[in-house]
Every structure is written in structure tokens, then in C-alpha cells.
Design a protein around this ligand. Structure first.
Ligand code: NCD
Length: 311
């Protein structure tokens, strides 16, 4: 298993399969039990280092670490007046002095987790919980886990990812992981919301959502990331929804068993209607539950066995 989880692209097929199978085991060990705690990471310290807002990812990592009996420290670096490089280094040195074994980091700067992992400032394992517009590997793993539970092995499955690909670390990580797992990915987005170089990504690109939906096994809607937009990328919210939003009419174009995913937080009424988000095809709430199992798996695989006394 890799030492740091920085990019979904760093995971081999064997690594990814091991994480997904271990997550399945974590689900089996905790689902339906009144006591959900396992002793596996007793004595280990996991630090959640969040330089950017988060609801589900931070609480999901926190719950995952606690269910494995690790000690968890939440470190919110928001509002620091230090420049980013300095604050990251100072924070890293502090965490090292505290004896952190795993550092879960979210940062608005793409590459911040790499800096932390390769700087020599800390010995802890670094887990990327979302860096700028770059990557969000545990989100891709929980998405794959959720799809695999419904669809079986993902090799050959057709996954359509729709919306603000340009600003989406979720899309980048998903394209990389799904390619490793052998799925066929189609991105659908307005041309203004596709990154340059997308033609070299291991996926297809389409501008016709209706056509892409008809052959999909799963459709993943992306949040329109207004906070990362410094210009007008589309004429109006209404126009965006009309062309790239998932509503009931479009949902009817999907095969009967096809799934609807969204990483959250949703802009209900923009990229997805409330009706679709709450429909029986939607696995959006399951994604949140599965996120805990996947993060338990990742923390277990990376942190257990890092010293001899680990179980
Ligand atoms: C995503 C993120 O932060 O990148 N959310 C999440 O982790 N659940 C997607 C988003 O913010 O749109």
C-alpha cells in the first residue's frame, strides 16, 4: 500500500481493489451494530488539518478515525494571517511535535498535501482530503465503492460525469480511479467548464447530455463551484440548468437501473432538481455513509502496522 494518499492516480488496480474490499469489510463489521468501534488504531493520532471549509469530508474522516479508536485532533487553520507556505510549514512542525501519525489535509492550494508529504517537515502519513481544483482521492474511492455495491465490478461500466469539471477535484480523482478500475467515463460539460488538456485524460468528452444519459450505468452530477469562479462561465443559472442540469425529464432518459450520484454539497435547482436528488435512483445519502467505511479502510491500511505493536 502507498505511504501517502495524494492522488487517485497513485493507486494501482491492486491498491484500489484492496481499499474497496477493506471498506466492504469495515461496513460488514460496523453496519447494524450498536457498538461501532474497532480497537485497530488505538494509540494512534490522526490530525484533521482543514484550511478550507468542509462538512462531510471532515466529519467523515473524524468518525472513521474514531471508529477505529484513534485519537483525533481537529485543526482548523482558517483565518491564519501567515502566508500559505509559512503557515503550512509551521503547522506541520507543530503536528510533528505532537506526534501525529496521520494528517488529513484539505487546502485551497492545489499541491499543498504533496508539499506536506515531501517536505521532510513531518513523518506522518498524509491523506489528501481535497486540494484546490486538483484531487480528492477518498471521494473517488467512496464513489467507486457506492457504484460497485449497486453495479458489481466497475470494469466496462459506463459512468457519465456532468458539470463543472474545470473546478472539480472530484472529477479529476474519479476519472483517474475509474480508468484504473476499467470503467468507461464520459465527461459532459459546457466548453467553458472543461480544463485545457482534457483530451489527454483517459475518458471521452461530450456536450450532449441527453445522448450521454441513454447509455449510462451511473450519472455523477458535479456542484457548480461559484466560489472558484472569477468570471462568467455560463450566461445564467437558468441557462446552465436547462442545458446541463439533471431533472426528471432527463432522468427518464437513463436506463431503469442507472444510479444518480453527487458528492455534495448540492445546489438543488441548479445542477440537480430536488425531485431527482430525492428519487429512488439517487444514492447521494449512501455516498455519505459509505464515505466513513472507505476512510476507515484507508486509515487502517495506511496507519495500522506502522509500528510493531499495531494490531
Ligand atoms: C467536494 C469537494 O469539496 O471537493 N465535496 C465533498 O468533499 N463532499 C465537492 C464540492 O465541493 O463540490
Amino acid at each position: 500500500m502507498i505511504r501517502h494518499l495524494l492522488s487517485a492516480g497513485d493507486l494501482s488496480l491492486d491498491d484500489a481493489t484492496l481499499v474497496l474490499d477493506t471498506a466492504e469489510e469495515m461496513a460488514r463489521l460496523t453496519e447494524g451494530r450498536s457498538v461501532k468501534k474497532l480497537p485497530t488504531l488505538r494509540g494512534r493520532t490522526v490530525v484533521n488539518l482543514f484550511f478550507e471549509d468542509s462538512t462531510r469530508t471532515r466529519t467523515s474522516f473524524e468518525l472513521a478515525a474514531k471508529r477505529l479508536s484513534a485519537d483525533v485532533v481537529n485543526f482548523s487553520a482558517k483565518g491564519s494571517s501567515l502566508s500559505k507556505g509559512e503557515s503550512l510549514k509551521d503547522t506541520a512542525l507543530t503536528l510533528e511535535a505532537m506526534g501525529a501519525d496521520g494528517v488529513v489535509v484539505r487546502h485551497s492550494a492545489s499541491g499543498a498535501p504533496y508539499r506536506l508529504a515531501t517536505s521532510g517537515w513531518i513523518n506522518a502519513c498524509v491523506l489528501n482530503a481535497g486540494d484546490g481544483t486538483h484531487e480528492h482521492p477518498t471521494q473517488a474511492l467512496l464513489d467507486a465503492f457506492t457504484m460497485r455495491r449497486h453495479l458489481g465490478e466497475l470494469s466496462g461500466k459506463r459512468i457519465v460525469i456532468v458539470g463543472d469539471v474545470l473546478h472539480s477535484r472530484v472529477a479529476r480523482s474519479n476519472v483517474a480511479l475509474l480508468a484504473t478500475l476499467g470503467a468507461k467515463v464520459t465527461l459532459v460539460a459546457p466548453p467553458t467548464l472543461l480544463p485545457t488538456g482534457v483530451e489527454r485524460w483517459p475518458c471521452d468528452v461530450s456536450y450532449d447530455l441527453d445522448a450521454a444519459l441513454s447509455g449510462a450505468d451511473a450519472v455523477m452530477m458535479l456542484r457548480v463551484q461559484r466560489e472558484r469562479m472569477n468570471a462568467a462561465f455560463f450566461p445564467s443559472a437558468r441557462e446552465y440548468s436547462r442545458r446541463y442540469g439533471l431533472d426528471s425529464r432527463r432522468q427518464a432518459l437513463m436506463p431503469a437501473e442507472a444510479l444518480v450520484l453527487h458528492p455534495g454539497p448540492m445546489n438543488r435547482g441548479m445542477e440537480i432538481t430536488a425531485e431527482v436528488a430525492d428519487s429512488d435512483r439517487s444514492v447521494i445519502v449512501e455516498q455519505v455513509t459509505n464515505g466513513v467505511y472507505v476512510r476507515m479502510a484507508v486509515l487502517y491500511l495506511m496507519l495500522a502496522g506502522t509500528t510493531e505493536e499495531a494490531a
